[in-house]
Write a protein that binds this ligand. Structure first.
Ligand code: GTP
Ligand code: MG
Length: 195
């Protein structure tokens, strides 16, 4: 028997470059944050079981605005531009940083941030900074380790433990767009937060 999808309805609402343009009505929001190319837009598509709802690319810097998706007619998923990619022009990086910061500062609707990190790497300075930021603003977050399919089972366990030690007070979950079980589990965590 096939289970009913948790996020059974999803529509793109709008892209904005400032918070005053955010969509109405105001609804609870879940945001997806992380370095450029970590897999934010791909993760969204996987959660929503839509191939091209959020645009993805193998080149960092694909998502340039704040994108709102209406889910189950009840809340928004928010796909943000990535940060931390060294090769992008400095003015663009600063612009996106400001965009992300203004989003986080003004989002009283934000119920949970999913902070994505590449499962293959060590904790990056920019990710640590972002986590500090979320703590400072009392925004609940969970750490999602992306591209888990690229690691062996053993290595993934090792990385999970490493990140759990780095974030002892937060959930750390593995994720791959190729693993249905991991997609389902993340969807359940998000659903519980919204209840
Ligand atoms: P920006 O919008 O530039 O910040 O990037 P993003 O974080 O939205 O990343 P995006 O979803 O565009 O994915 C970047 C690249 O990683 C693409 O080539 C994806 O196909 C690939 N990718 C994302 N998730 C996974 C995954 O779980 N497994 C594998 N193997 N590749 C992935
Ligand atoms: Mg993106």
């Amino acid at each position: 028997m096939s289970e009913k999808p948790i996020f059974y309805k999803s529509t793109f609402v709008k892209s904005v470059s400032k918070q005053s343009d955010r969509p109405e009505p105001l609804l609870p929001e879940i945001a997806f944050l992380g370095r450029s190319n970590v897999g934010k837009s791909s993760l969204l598509n996987a959660l929503l079981n839509r191939k091209k709802l959020a645009l993805t690319s193998s080149t960092p810097g694909k998502t340039r605005l704040i994108n709102y998706f209406l889910i189950n007619d009840q809340y928004y998923f928010v796909d943000l531009p990535g940060y931390g990619y060294a090769k992008l022009p400095k003015n663009l990086k600063q612009q996106w940083q400001r965009l992300i910061e203004s989003y986080l500062k003004n989002s009283d609707q934000l119920k949970l941030a999913c902070l994505l990190m590449d499962s293959r790497h060590e904790l990056q300075k920019t990710d640590k900074l972002m986590a500090d930021w979320l703590n400072y603003y009392h925004i609940p977050y969970l750490v999602v380790l992306t591209k888990a399919d690229k690691l062996s089972k053993n290595m993934l366990q090792k990385q999970l433990q490493y990140f759990k030690n780095q974030f002892p007070d937060h959930s750390v979950v593995p994720f791959s767009i190729k693993n249905r079980e991991m997609i389902r589990q993340l969807a359940e965590v998000i659903q519980r937060t919204l209840e």
